[in-house]
Write a protein that binds this ligand. Structure first.
Ligand code: CTP
Length: 398
């Protein structure tokens, strides 16, 4: 529910700024507290007096009030916010947010905010289509910010194209949905595996893979913001969850991952197997560095690793839900459904390496989700955080 929530509304200098008066009315009518921050340019399009009258709070725009020296703390504002909405977000503010150019109160507050950020771009169609804007928006998405896409329509230039800020009621509904969904996993315990496993050969070498853990961590963050109690059993990755209430247990090998999952799964309501688990591990670990000169060319014998998803699937109890992933290069649907059945999963998320932007290391993903009855839902290419939302929505829908 939006009632009682703290919304920081950042307004940038674009013609769509005039629409934010209606947006504030919608928020206030629904019982939210709104604090407006305006960039200097925004004040050319709508007056601070209008916004402070509608919100009942003085608008913040400068770092301090010139005549009294009163300091406006961007850190406090960032912490006060339950959500930050930046509408309209102009090309230059988007570029500043993407690159951390903290030269006004709005950008410093954005950089300090721990709250989820929703960004509603608005600009002329050619600015919107420019590669720099596209890249900056993608960077913002990769930081976990959510973009409220602009619409196609007549623009201030009288040209027609993509760039019109989403209408106030659409922005309001997005924020309202976010708050209504927030608690839909409250009380649920979730176990997520993520990242690669490392299978040791000797003290300096291992067998690994290119997984970065981004997808699993994005799911963990999404689930945690929706109230779940989340633990990630993670291979070696260079990322951290953005959400404070995600617990991470770091492991190296598939066997270590299995041991942690065996402990956690019986107490979990939901298991999501995102890790890229090595299928094989060296049969023996050489406890000294294998030397190049003195030794014969080594032959590394491999043995099968345990299948973590299948072993959890075998012990799954009624009421528990288990989801797996399948990264395929060919016969995608057949292989995914086969894995779902073999591992006793409830859902399987398929990524095809044939889709550009999907798979390891990217900030985006393109998925299809199969259920036990073979029903398939396809999703377009999205940021991994948006994909995480689709995955959690699918689980909730059951
Ligand atoms: N998985 C697992 N333990 C393994 C192998 C895979 O838990 N030892 C999980 C993955 O996390 C994923 C699903 O099983 O959720 C499918 O993984 P994938 O590597 O695509 O399938 P495999 O079973 O390894 O089959 P193949 O390598 O033949 O594609």
């Amino acid at each position: 529910m939006i009632k009682g929530k703290h919304i920081v509304l950042g307004i940038c200098g674009g013609i769509a700024a005039y629409k934010t008066a209606s947006l504030v009315r919608l928020f206030v009518k629904a019982g939210a507290e709104v604090q407006v921050i305006m960039t200097p340019a925004a004040k050319e399009f709508i007056t601070p007096v209008t916004m402070s009258a509608l919100t009942g709070k003085p608008v913040v725009s400068e770092f301090f009030t010139a005549n009294t020296g009163e300091w406006h703390s961007h850190v406090d504002l960032g912490l006060w916010a339950d959500v930050m909405v930046i509408a309209p977000a102009t090309a230059s503010s988007i570029a500043k947010m993407a690159n951390g150019v903290a030269d006004n109160m709005l950008i410093t507050s954005y950089l300090s905010s721990k709250a989820p950020v929703f960004i509603a771009p608005a600009m002329d169609l050619d600015m919107m289509a420019h590669p720099s804007t596209t890249r900056n928006i993608e960077m913002l998405r990769s930081y976990g910010n959510r973009i409220i896409d602009p619409a196609v329509g007549e623009l201030a230039s009288h040209l027609v194209g993509k760039g019109r800020m989403a209408e106030p009621d659409e922005i309001f509904n997005t924020i309202n949905d976010y708050f209504s969904r927030r608690e839909d996993l409250a009380g649920k315990k979730m176990l997520i595996t993520a990242g690669p496993t490392y299978e040791k050969i000797d003290p300096v070498r291992f067998i690994g893979n290119y997984s970065t853990g981004k997808m699993g961590y994005a799911i963990a963050d999404e689930a945690a913001t929706r109230g779940a109690d989340v633990t990630i059993v993670s291979g070696q990755v260079n990322i951290k969850p953005t959400s404070d209430n995600v617990k991470v247990i770091k492991v190296e090998s598939a066997r270590e991952m299995l041991a942690e999952c065996q402990k956690l799964f019986p107490k979990s309501d939901i298991g999501i197997m995102c890790a890229a688990v090595a299928d094989y591990t060296p049969t023996e670990y050489v406890n000294h560095k294998i030397k190049r000169e003195k030794e014969e060319i080594p032959v590394i014998k491999l043995t099968k690793n345990p299948d973590i998803a299948a072993s959890l699937g075998a012990q799954k109890k009624p009421g528990q839900l288990l989801m797996g992933f399948a990264l395929e290069t060919d016969n995608e649907d057949f292989n995914a459904i086969d894995k779902l059945k073999r591992k006793n999963l409830d859902y399987i998320v398929l990524n095809s390496l044939r889709d550009s932007g999907a798979g390891f290391g990217t900030d985006t993903n393109k998925i299809s989700i199969f259920d036990v009855n073979g029903n398939k839902r396809c999703f377009p290419l999205k940021s991994k955080r948006e994909v995480a939302t689709d995955i959690i929505d699918t689980i909730i829908s059951r």
